[in-house]
Design a binder for this molecule. Structure first.
Ligand SMILES: [Zn+2]
Length: 365
């Protein structure tokens, strides 16, 4: 018979269970997911002293001691689970927690100090700011004009290219040596650097293939062998009023243009985990006051959206979900592109003093 006293006492013994069954003793740090079903290469799991649970940002699961022992040993039913937890930590059921061993259980745990914040794994490579600057200049060369036209087709004009420090290259390895891109029919690549707040450093860059329709093997390329940061990750730790999170980088730029707001991009749904890790590592007062989740309107996007919302619930970050775009657009850029008239119109401004090239601004009404 498992009494209510036992249930409460056992519930508080998560640290003991983690230590006994998983060899995890330092709960101030992230640790590998305890689930045998999750091959967790990075430490993605965290202990929450507040309610004695473990949450894994990798597989999205949360456990208390009972569901954890069920996960580890496949034990069904509460009474069996309680016995398995009691066995694992040396707790004697039924007598208020008197234990046979030398260590006495604490039926009421002292509140643990809040764990210090683990920085997520350092992401990116060497600083490629200068190469990204060169790529920006290249966008305004005769050769780079195809890149500019591509961006305008996507609804992004010269103002956006400057605001986000985009560029053009024929050879992504000029920007980062870690690129290994085989795209024989590409006309070139838009460079999308991951700038820091003041544009002084870029340790990471993605490139987007510019080609005729259907000629691309892969539309977006990452450098190989590097941990991937989020695009404009720094926005998550500057106490912003509101931050939008999108899947794609172009979508983030489109949404920034549509809303005038601050946008962060995952650069692929696989990076949803990093969003939670970065927020976890950020002191609460420097996190965004509110996060709006704006994934693609498809099944994978909706799954990712729900998963991010669960993570934000665990972290206690207020959040909202972007309502569907008008006209059935799948993402922010489709919506932006749909705002154009029958023809794109471009407003030509004074030539740039710096480059001497005419500046074009997309215009839609
Ligand atoms: Zn996991």
């Amino acid at each position: 018979m498992v009494t209510e006293t036992d249930r409460e006492a056992l519930r508080g013994l998560m640290p003991e269970l983690l230590s006994a069954r998983c060899g995890i003793t330092d709960l101030r740090r992230s640790f590998r997911c305890p689930s045998p079903a999750h091959e967790d290469r990075d430490p993605s799991a965290h202990y929450y002293a507040k309610d004695n649970t473990v949450h894994c940002f990798g597989c999205g699961k949360t456990w208390d001691v009972f569901s954890l022992v069920a996960e580890l040993d496949g034990v069904d039913g509460f009474a069996e689970q309680a016995r398995a937890v009691a066995d694992a930590v040396g707790y004697r059921l039924g007598d208020g927690g008197e234990r046979g061993g030398a260590r006495m259980p604490r039926s009421k745990r002292k509140p643990k100090p809040r764990p210090p914040f683990d920085p997520p794994r350092e992401a990116g490579g060497a600083n490629c700011a200068e190469a990204c600057g060169n790529a920006f200049a290249h966008l305004y060369s005769a050769e780079g004009d195809i890149g500019r036209r591509y961006l305008r087709w996507r609804g992004l004009d010269d103002g956006d290219a400057a605001a986000f420090g985009l560029g053009f290259t024929r050879d992504p390895r000029e920007v980062m040596p870690e690129f290994s891109v085989y795209e024989p029919r590409a006309l070139g690549f838009i460079t999308i650097p991951f700038w820091n707040r003041d544009f002084s450093i870029a340790n990471y860059c993605m490139v987007r293939t510019v080609c005729r329709p259907g000629d691309a093997r892969n539309k977006e390329w990452r450098p190989r062998g590097l941990a991937s940061p989020l695009w404009r990750e720094w926005l998550l730790s500057v106490g912003a009023e509101q931050v939008y999170v999108t899947e794609g980088l172009i979508d983030a730029m489109a949404l920034a243009k549509i809303t005038g707001g601050d946008t962060v991009a995952l650069g692929g749904v696989a990076n949803a985990k990093r969003l939670a890790q970065v927020l976890y590592a950020t002191p609460p007062e420097r996190r965004p006051a509110r996060v709006t989740v704006a994934m693609d309107e498809d099944d994978e996007g909706r799954r990712t959206r729900d998963r991010i919302c669960r993570d934000l619930d665990v972290l206690g970050v207020p959040h909202a979900v972007m309502p569907p775009y008008p006209g059935g657009a799948k993402d922010a850029d489709e919506y932006l592109m749909a705002m154009r008239g029958r023809e794109w119109e471009f407003e030509v401004r004074e030539p740039s003093i710096q480059t001497g090239y005419d500046l074009y601004y997309t215009r839609w009404l």
